[in-house]
Design a binder for this molecule. Sequence first.
Ligand SMILES: Cc1cc2nc3c(=O)[nH]c(=O)nc-3n(C[C@H](O)[C@H](O)[C@H](O)COP(=O)(O)O)c2cc1C
Length: 180
Amino acid sequence: MYQIETLKAISTRTSIRRFLNKEIPLEVIRNIVEAGTLAPSGGNRQPWRFIVVTDKSKMKKFDPYYNQKCIKDAPAIIVACVNPHDTWEKYDEDDNCYILDTAAAIQNMLLSIHAQGLGGVWVVSFSKQAVRKELDIPLHWDIVSIVPFGYYDGINNKTPRRDISEVAFLNDLNNPICNN
Ligand SMILES: Cc1cc2nc3c(=O)[nH]c(=O)nc-3n(C[C@H](O)[C@H](O)[C@H](O)COP(=O)(O)O)c2cc1C
């Protein structure tokens, strides 16, 4: 089922915001969320919860502010939530592992979406209040992000990246890691 290998998937993935009106088989959806569950998590607590929404009447309420096409027209949307009570507490300045855990799961799911020939986009601009209400999400859960996804026309334009020497270093900040 998986069509491309990991490094190729990482380097060719781009955010896809326009989708074809084509149904996504349940097996594909299952593969995507399974990739999410395979992400690492602090203390292996796996505090994430994923709700896959295909019901258009619910989806259209998710974005009352911006009316983004990628939310309105998506055949499916993953709502990535987390139960903070499930988190690993590492007893330090910042014990909020649960957002990190869920972010790792989201990236895994984006790669699985891409590897199976679909496209998706990580989205934070939506109404958490509306999503919570539509999906009956408990008040103590955090809604981290949503991921609209679906089949697309296959055109994906690479977005620019900073040069690696600007962001990666060897041993200290005086030694940028260069491309050559
Ligand atoms: C935490 C996070 C939040 C994002 N929120 C949005 C969003 O609300 N709407 C949107 O269209 N794209 C959103 N994106 C997608 C970014 O715009 C995109 O990843 C970035 O421009 C790089 O492009 P690429 O994904 O094609 O490599 C988000 C990405 C991340 C990681």
